[in-house]
Write a protein that binds this ligand. Structure first.
Ligand code: IPE
Ligand code: IPE
Ligand code: MG
Length: 253
């Protein structure tokens, strides 16, 4: 067993890990290759990290695969990514089923090409009964898109009289997000040395621990994931309280 894996406290795992998979393009360019070569190799990391999370017993893994803003990339890269997406989903369904992994998607999937939507729907249906890891793919996703939709939907409920504006709570908003079925991520990882959120889960990450690494996504493997989890386990999550309060609560519980 890997020595990092042995160090992880299995009783204090994050329930939900979210990852901004960044650096595919640079990884390829550094090798004198086309950016799509990087995306292609990034799929290998998706496999490895998904398997790593399933083995550990992580309940939710959200992967930022394509943002609303990524539609503005050159057409060649966008269509290459869409092709890779369709191809990968089709090939991965048997492995997902073998590992009891349920696929979910968040994002404006109506913007995806017809064949991608179809493959995706099939994969969602075929993995729907699985009870292990929940793999949430953020596709054509952005947090501002999600929040605008949530506001619009709540406004409709107010207009129709089914909800009183005074009765709107954080729960109401939470229920209108695309992530309503999932707990908030406790750990957010971004690869490839960028220190920003890039429109990812802005509301849900309110108290997430953020972990940044220089490692490019196509080089990110289970060992890197274990390192991030170990780093997470060394942190004191205070949620606005003082360190002394937390120590006292630990003694009581
Ligand atoms: C992340 O890698 C994958 C997507 C955004 C689709 P990038 O393509 O952003 O790679 P860099 O950041 O340009 O290296
Ligand atoms: C964020 O990466 C989106 C995904 C990883 C899918 P980007 O590469 O698009 O983000 P920026 O442009 O560097 O902020
Ligand atoms: Mg990038």
């Amino acid at each position: 067993m890997s020595h990092l894996l042995a160090e992880i406290d299995k009783s204090r795992l994050p329930r939900h890990i979210a990852i901004i998979m960044d650096g595919n393009g640079r990884w390829a360019e550094e090798k004198g290759q086309d950016r799509l070569y990087g995306h292609f190799h990034g799929v290998e990391s998706v496999r490895d990290i998904t398997e790593g999370c399933a083995e550990l017993g992580i309940e939710y893994l959200t992967l930022y695969a394509f943002s609303t803003e990524n539609w503005d990339r050159p057409a060649y890269e966008v269509s290459g990514l869409m092709e890779l997406l369709v191809d990968t989903i089709r090939k991965e369904v048997p492995t997902l089923n073998k590992n009891n992994i349920r696929l979910h998607v968040i994002g404006a999937t109506d913007m995806l090409p017809e064949n991608a939507r179809k493959e995706l729907q099939e994969a969602l249906d075929e993995t729907a009964v699985n009870t292990g890891l929940n793999l949430v793919m953020a596709l054509s996703y952005s947090s501002r898109w999600e929040l605008v939709n949530a506001v619009r939907s709540i406004a409709k409920d107010v207009k129709s009289g089914s909800i009183d504006p005074e009765a709107i709570t954080q729960d109401t908003l939470q229920h209108h997000l695309t992530t309503s079925q999932f707990p908030d991520p406790e750990l957010m990882i971004r690869t490839s040395g960028e220190y920003r959120i890039s429109n990812f889960l802005l509301y849900q990450l309110a108290y997430a621990e953020l972990y940044f690494t220089e490692t490019r996504w196509p080089d990110f493997r289970k060992e890197n994931l274990y390192e991030a989890i170990l780093n997470f386990q060394q942190r004191e999550r205070r949620f606005g309280k003082t360190g002394a309060q937390l120590k006292e609560e630990n003694i009581i519980n």
